[in-house]
Write a protein that binds this ligand. Structure first.
Ligand code: G3I
Length: 486
């Protein structure tokens, strides 16, 4: 469920408030007269947080969160303000989620999930199958017993989070530096263990994106990068389900930004997977490396988001290298500014339009259902956060006038956004204060569907009559999921 977030959306309320007030009381004519004002973005507007700045080009900017730190107000204030994606740093790993065989424990993972969800921030799952951070009982397992335990673990954890997560790191760190497979108890169960993990994961939760995640795969000419690339190419050619690759991007411990980083990102993307920078940190937070890695992602359309591995330097697993964007007191560092500036320079006109968005941003549009001929309507012209939208006879009034922005929001009254209250099938579609987050971003597709960026699901309505509520649902190609923006 989305809640009001301090994250500022790309368009500031400053330029929206007057036309929004006028539109509330306005007539049809007034809608036309003021709609130009409503969508006139300030060309020089710069977003003031990392998440909002990334959202301008349809991306996210996330952080790893440790459940034990959420009670620290400096930490949680920065986290909620700056980031629009969250990864559990340790709390969704096998040792945390299945400490005893067959006994799952989601208390710490849920603490992070609930904290994020209450703030409208989507969550990445990390990680399901890994040689490290296995519970003791799993570490000693081998062969077919371990293979079954891995499958059971994936099924158990994904059932709990089914329909709730943006993506999962299904398999983590399975390669050696030379590109061969890492020897581990999992590898000992047979070379097909990774594809079995992905097939199991797809069946367990078809709604979430499935990623392979690793470190030292940032340099295109490195053996490990080629090993992972070849595996994903093979998976794609054989139909093994995989949606994304996570490059951890730890430029710490002796690593640094390679000159061919963008080549690596675009090469992975060309295989047909999304590319995510999942655990970024940089020794002494070099501004040039932070700006460079950010720009490389912005330059590759399928690089969909960046996550830093912690909030403040003191929260980092490599704290002595001061590798993050906030110092131990929570102050923004120079690297923060270099990242924010790079993100802002890419927006509000996206350097990379969304993978499937075909519509041109525009104002005062009706969203008309192909099956019903009726319009997407805010009941009683309510401006209350959480009001579910419905179908209603088209009447040209402001509660049916939607503006598609360059950051893929669909706004109404200037200040409210079409908002998915969840990402699972049947989640409500409502209006909510615009916050720049992925549950408020929509791809208007050339096939007539409108899909949620967070969920990948389609705007959908079960019936055709006045008052039928809109929801999101798995895209099925039927007329009740086709809408025209005109
Ligand atoms: O919670 C216990 C605490 O009770 C105990 O007193 C203390 C004593 O050592 O340990 C605490 O657990 C530590 C845990 O972090 C939480 O702080 C573990 O020892 C420590 O090993 C663990 O380190 C984590 C590491 O993964 C383990 O592999 C780091 O926080 C985490 O940032 C790091 O994350 C990994 C990614 O998952 C995968 N990629 C690399 C990345 C960095 O290593």
């Amino acid at each position: 469920m989305a809640t009001e977030s301090p994250v500022q959306s790309a368009g500031s309320p400053r330029w929206r408030s007057l036309p929004a007030r006028l539109l509330i009381a306005g007539t049809v004519a007034a809608v036309g007269a003021f709609s130009a004002l409503m969508v006139m973005p300030d060309a020089n507007a710069a977003a003031s947080t990392l998440g909002a700045a990334a959202a301008q080009s349809g991306r996210y900017f996330g952080t790893a969160i440790a459940a034990g730190r959420l009670s620290n107000s400096t930490y949680s204030t920065i986290a909620a303000r700056e980031f629009n994606m969250v990864t559990a740093e340790n709390e969704m790993k096998p040792d945390a989620t299945q400490p005893n065989r067959g006994q799952f424990n989601f208390s710490a993972g849920d603490q992070i999930y609930n904290w994020a969800t209450q703030r409208g921030i989507p969550v990445r799952g990390h990680t399901l199958a890994w040689h490290a951070q296995q519970p003791g009982w799993m570490q000693s397992m081998r062969g077919s017993t371990l293979r079954q335990a891995m499958i059971d673990h994936i099924n158990g954890v994904m059932a709990h989070y089914r329909g709730k997560l943006h993506s999962w790191d299904v398999v983590n760190e399975a390669f050696n530096e030379d590109g061969s497979r890492r020897q581990s108890n999992l590898q000992g169960t047979g070379n097909d263990w990774i594809e079995v993990a992905f097939r199991t994961a797809r069946a367990a939760d078809p709604s979430t994106k499935l990623c392979y995640n690793d470190y030292n795969i940032e340099n295109w000419s490195y053996g490990k990068t080629q090993g992972v690339y070849n595996m994903i190419r093979d998976f794609k050619s054989r139909g093994v389900p995989i949606d994304c690759v996570g490059l951890q991007t730890h430029f710490t411990g002796g690593s640094s930004l390679p000159g061919n980083f963008q080549t690596t990102l675009s090469s992975f993307a060309a295989l047909g997977v999304d590319v995510l920078l999942t655990e970024v940190d940089v020794t002494n937070a070099s501004t040039s490396q932070y700006a460079g890695l950010t720009q490389a992602c912005l330059n590759v359309p399928r690089c969909i988001g960046i996550t830093v591995w912690g909030v403040r330097d003191s929260d980092s697993w490599r704290a002595s290298e001061n590798p993050l964007l906030f110092d131990g007191n929570g102050n923004k560092k120079a690297a923060y500014t270099s990242v924010l500036n790079a993100l802002n320079a890419a927006g509000p006109t996206p350097s990379s339009p969304g993978p499937s968005s075909s519509a041109t941003p525009g104002t005062g549009n009706r969203i008309v259902g192909a099956q019903s001929g009726r319009c997407v309507d805010v009941p009683s012209a309510s401006q209350n956060n959480g009001t579910r939208v419905q179908l209603y006879d088209c009447n040209g009034q402001s509660n049916q006038a939607w503006t598609l922005t360059s950051s893929r929001q669909l706004t109404v009254y200037g200040t409210r956004c079409l908002d998915a209250a969840g990402s699972g099938n049947g989640s409500a579609v409502q209006i909510y204060s615009c916050n720049g987050q992925a549950n408020q971003q929509w791809n208007v597709n050339s096939n007539g569907t409108i899909t949620g960026v967070q969920s990948g699901r389609c705007l959908d309505v079960w019936g055709t009559g006045n008052g039928q509520q809109i929801q999101i649902y798995d895209c099925n190609g039927q007329a009740n999921q086709r809408f025209s923006l005109n």
